[in-house]
Write a protein that binds this ligand. Structure first.
Ligand SMILES: NCc1[nH]cc(CCC(=O)O)c1CC(=O)O
Length: 313
């Protein structure tokens, strides 16, 4: 390749960190790169929580358009923000090695008492809100949309005592000193894809280039985990507005374990399953089956309730 690889990204600091991370890996392999910043609906509409914007792919649509038009060669996303089904003319080329998957509690107050009865936690994630109702029933949650910097400013202004965020983003933005508590991933099971960076391209991208980019950027164990998690999400029919969770990990013996489930918005109903397979080719089948089990154990009813509540609000 004698022209630079054009890397499309959103303009937030976290998105730019991810794009520069991809660029650095490619440059190490002697490729040249160029970063192209693209604004998405999710960056512009900041006054409504994500489940009210409604449209799927609020952080990805404009990037996908640019892949189609050929304005960029690859698009870089937080894997968590990528829809469970992507358009047929596009493909996910690589999932990069995952960062620690946990959610964390972030605050400017080093003496923050997480058990205070009037605790206010900032988050806009339906999953976090619902799981907090279960494990932090004394806490109130308040909306915290916007990029990390915007949320931290709201925190600094005193709109909440603390924020609940993904460790990956906090760490990548170098806010580690604000972390007051790491939420255990067994209780606060992360969202599908949390902590991994996904690289998307048009199916029509030159095959040799595609293969080379994949060889450089893809982390196979992470990719396998994400196949299981994303199959789960696809079967749950949920995007980021559904309080589902799924985390795949490898056991010491090298088997793939998937912990996934669904929680009702009030946190009262909590459905979870753990499945394991030694056959990594079964990753997606396991994700699908786990979701089917959750749906048949009452998950379908929880989803229907959520949908009817949204319809009236
Ligand atoms: N939905 C926004 C989003 N997408 C990815 C991350 C964090 C980084 C990651 O999981 O890769 C965040 C912010 C957050 O959840 O705190």
């Amino acid at each position: 390749m004698n022209r630079p690889i054009r890397i499309g990204t959103r303009g937030s600091r976290l998105a730019l960190w991810q794009a520069h991370h991809v660029a650095a890996c490619l440059e190490l392999a002697q490729l040249t790169t160029e970063i192209v910043i693209i604004t998405t609906k999710g960056d512009v509409v900041l006054d409504r929580s994500l489940d009210k914007i409604g449209a799927k792919g609020v952080f990805t649509e404009e990037l996908e358009e640019s892949l189609r038009s050929g304005a960029i060669d690859i698009a870089v996303h937080s894997a968590k923000d990528v829809q469970s089904t992507i358009p047929a003319d596009l493909e996910l080329l690589a999932f990069m090695e995952r960062e620690k998957v946990n959610d964390v509690i972030v605050s400017y107050d080093p003496d923050l008492d997480l058990s205070r009865p009037d605790l206010i936690l900032g988050t806009s994630s339906t999953r976090r809100k619902a799981v907090l109702r279960r494990h932090y029933p004394h806490a109130t949650t308040a909306e915290a949309r916007g990029n990390l910097q915007t949320r931290l400013r709201k925190l600094e202004e005193g709109q909440y005592h603390a924020l609940v965020l993904a460790y990956a983003g906090v760490h990548r933005m170098e806010y580690d000193t604000l972390i007051r508590h790491v939420l255990p991933e067994t209780q606060f099971v992360p969202a599908t894809g949390q902590g991994s960076v996904a690289v998307e391209c048009a199916r029509s991208l030159e095959p040799e280039l595609k293969a080379e980019l994949q060889r450089i950027l893809d982390h196979e164990p992470t990719h396998t985990c994400l196949l299981a998690e994303r199959a789960f999400l696809r079967t749950m029919e949920g995007g980021c507005s559904i309080p589902s969770f799924a985390l795949a990990t490898f056991t010491d013996s090298g088997a793939l374990q998937l912990h996934g489930g669904l929680v009702s918005l009030d946190g009262a109903q909590y459905l979870e399953e753990i499945m394991t397979t030694a056959d990594l080719a079964q990753a997606e089948a396991m994700g699908t089956e786990l979701a089917e089990r959750i749906l048949s154990r009452g998950g379908r009813q929880i989803l229907d309730e959520i949908r009817s509540q949204r319809a009236v609000s």
